[in-house]
Design a protein around this ligand. Sequence first.
Ligand code: ATP
Ligand code: TZE
Ligand code: MG
Length: 273
Amino acid sequence: MDVAEVAELLAQVRRSSPLVQCITNYVAMDLAANAVLAVGASPAMVADPAESGEFAAIASALTVNTGTPSPRWADGMVRATTAAVEAGRPWVLDPVAVGATAMRDELCAELMARTPSIVRANASEVLALARVTGASSTAEAGGGARGVDSTDSVESALDAAQALARRHSCVVAVTGEVDVVTDGTRVATVTGGHPLMARITATGCSLTAVTGAFAAVAPAFEAAVAACAVYAAAGSRAGCDAAGPGTLRWRLLDELHRLDESALRDGAQVVSS
Ligand SMILES: Nc1ncnc2c1ncn2[C@@H]1O[C@H](COP(=O)(O)OP(=O)(O)OP(=O)(O)O)[C@@H](O)[C@H]1O
Ligand SMILES: Cc1ncsc1CCO
Ligand SMILES: [Mg+2]
């Protein structure tokens, strides 16, 4: 997959403006909704179990983020993912801080049993998710999560990502300084972005929501690579003359909105193997 194909998928998102149901955390809701709008899709933050399943059957894609869970929201996630699978819609899991508490481990295992199209997570979360779902052994899975931020390198999570992808027949996107996307066989590496992206909260959560927009128009592997490349390009352009995290946050939305093929080439590299 190359940058020209990423640009074509971005154009498809803008043309079709897919409806993306986002169940995300209280911290990320604003940035995630605005990022989905900035790439040209239509977000709807519909989480309550009273309506989440019904809505998932009409949305073009669903994204589920476990950042601030409660028993009621967990029920909403289970209902939505069940309905999305029944309706044949793609769905994306962001297993925030899996490995940190028993509640998150149980919830993420239950969600993984509903076969997400894509898992988008940081390295510590990928290691913990592989351990929790039995895709790789405790020894292989290593350190794991402390909270919502990663304490592991993307490289150290590569084997776990491939094991997860194979075990659950899904695509795994591990993000960090470099992003790696795998379906268990193919591997694509996306570089770009900016270190300041780790200094504002919810860049990952909002990337997950944007990944849902791409999953509505493309197969899972291509969708995950495209979303990471779009974030890499927008993030590097937004970060290069940002005064700090506050400036980066709003500039990221501007760059997502303005992104074209030449900006993509300028800010992101995609290498497939
Ligand atoms: N040091 C870095 N250099 C370049 N890009 C980065 C860096 N750290 C993170 N990013 C980018 O930031 C985005 C979010 O990735 P990250 O792995 O930080 O997600 P996360 O830990 O789930 O974030 P959060 O939970 O706060 O939303 C991705 O596009 C990633 O490529
Ligand atoms: C800071 C934080 N706490 C729970 S979710 C979240 C957003 C980043 O994952
Ligand atoms: Mg996260």
